[in-house]
Design a protein around this ligand. Structure first.
Ligand code: NAD
Length: 357
């Protein structure tokens, strides 16, 4: 299948390839939609095995950014970038400068930020070449690392799930299994501990699990075991695809609500969860805290304003779960409907902002 078939035009607005031989930059930016506003999404730095893997990932991630922003009620579209390489060895300042020039060439249709494998410090370097970057340091007028905001949103989602299932949003005494205690997962662990939840964690990094055990008294299990943990809520906070044919029959939780993007291996995985009675909180609704935090930069960022906006995830998710129950459909389908309705409505009235016009 050729590149244009993979992109599936007209589903994606455009895809851009950035190369800089001097620094080794190989990057792809996918712009899924700018109907609701300029496309916003982080830059993932990852050692993809093949270029096809990188393209598949950036396309999936860009689309979910469109749905995430739409569901969160933001005037933003969806886009994403990947840089192919190992962030521990290849992430030089010169490479990020070249990347900044590439992003600048897209003339504001795509606004970047940090994601897996990139940091606020990297974005500061990107900002030397382009204005189309967000999530910069607080003392540079930005909203800083979005991860704590994302974790705040996950808490709002887990409280909504608890209210839906047990009639009480309180997470005290609830057993929560976190897969991946990185930037978001660790912040989530801290917040859950403060709320009196019981934690089980797993991570490929022993340093991370040691920290979660020491700081938050979390029980540590193997990465291949975590999804089987008998718990109230399973929170995937590592990479995507954790909910699949193999893992779903082994789940022993009542609900899934975590930060990882693209948790469902495919739509069938959402249907499968519903059929076995596990409540799935759609990933892009749960993990919208980071993008909402960035949206709070508009008109001047304050933590209080951002927190208030992020906490609306609770109501958004209650609405989606209630609609799903009423219509007898999966929560993943109900969330898609909410996003698609908002995009269709914006298209009808000419869009809040459409970079194509
Ligand atoms: P991170 O890289 O800081 O953390 C990911 C953690 O997962 C790391 O500790 C890593 O060692 C661990 N991990 C990787 N593979 C694993 C595996 N197979 N099993 C167990 N652990 C594994 O990334 P992050 O910023 O915390 O993001 C986590 C997830 O949340 C990602 O899917 C990301 O796309 C999503 N997300 C993050 C944000 C944000 O604000 N950072 C916002 C929205 C969505």
């Amino acid at each position: 299948m050729g590149v244009f078939d993979t992109i599936g035009t007209p589903e994606y607005q455009s895809v851009h390839f950035g190369v800089d031989h001097a620094t080794g930059l190989r990057s792809i930016v996918a712009i899924h939609s700018t109907v609701l506003g300029p496309s916003l999404g982080g830059t993932r730095f990852f050692p993809y095995t093949t270029e096809e893997d990188a393209l598949t990932d950036v396309l999936r991630l860009a689309k979910s950014m469109t749905y995430k922003a739409a569901c969160a009620g933001l005037a933003q579209g969806g886009g994403k970038a990947v840089i192919i390489g190992d962030p521990t060895t290849d992430a030089t300042d010169d490479l990020f400068k070249a990347y900044g020039r590439f992003v600048d060439g897209l003339a504001g249709q795509y606004i970047t930020a940090e994601d897996v494998g990139t940091t606020v410090a990297n974005m500061e370097v990107v900002a030397t070449q382009t204005h189309h970057v967000s999530g910069l340091r607080r003392d540079h007028g930005g909203s800083g690392d979005p991860s704590p905001a994302t974790a705040r949103g996950v808490i709002a989602a887990q409280r909504a799930v608890a209210n839906m299932l047990w009639g009480d949003p309180d997470l005290r005494g609830r057993k929560i299994a976190i897969k991946g205690v990185g930037k978001v997962g660790m912040s989530l662990a801290e917040r859950l501990t403060g709320l009196g939840a019981e934690l089980v964690v797993a991570d490929v990094s022993e340093r991370a699990t040691d920290l979660a055990a020491t700081r938050y008294g979390a029980k540590v299990v193997d990465v291949d075991e975590i999804h089987r943990t008998h718990c109230d809520i399973f929170a995937p906070c590592a990479l995507g695809g954790d909910l699949n044919d193999r893992s779903i029959p082994e789940l022993s939780c009542t609900a899934v609500a975590g930060s990882a993007n693209n948790q469902l291996a495919d739509v069938g995985a959402g249907d499968q969860l519903r059929s076995i009675g596990i409540l799935y909180a759609p990933d892009y609704v749960v993990n919208a805290g980071g993008i909402i935090n960035i949206a709070a930069e508009d008109g001047g960022y304050t933590t209080a304003k951002a927190a208030q906006m992020i906490d609306r995830i609770y109501d958004n998710l209650i609405e989606i779960m209630t609609t799903a129950e009423r219509l007898g459909i999966g929560t993943h389908v109900a969330a898609d409907h909410v996003a698609e309705d908002r995009i269709a409505a914006a298209r009808t009235i000419g869009g809040n902002h459409d970079a194509r016009t």
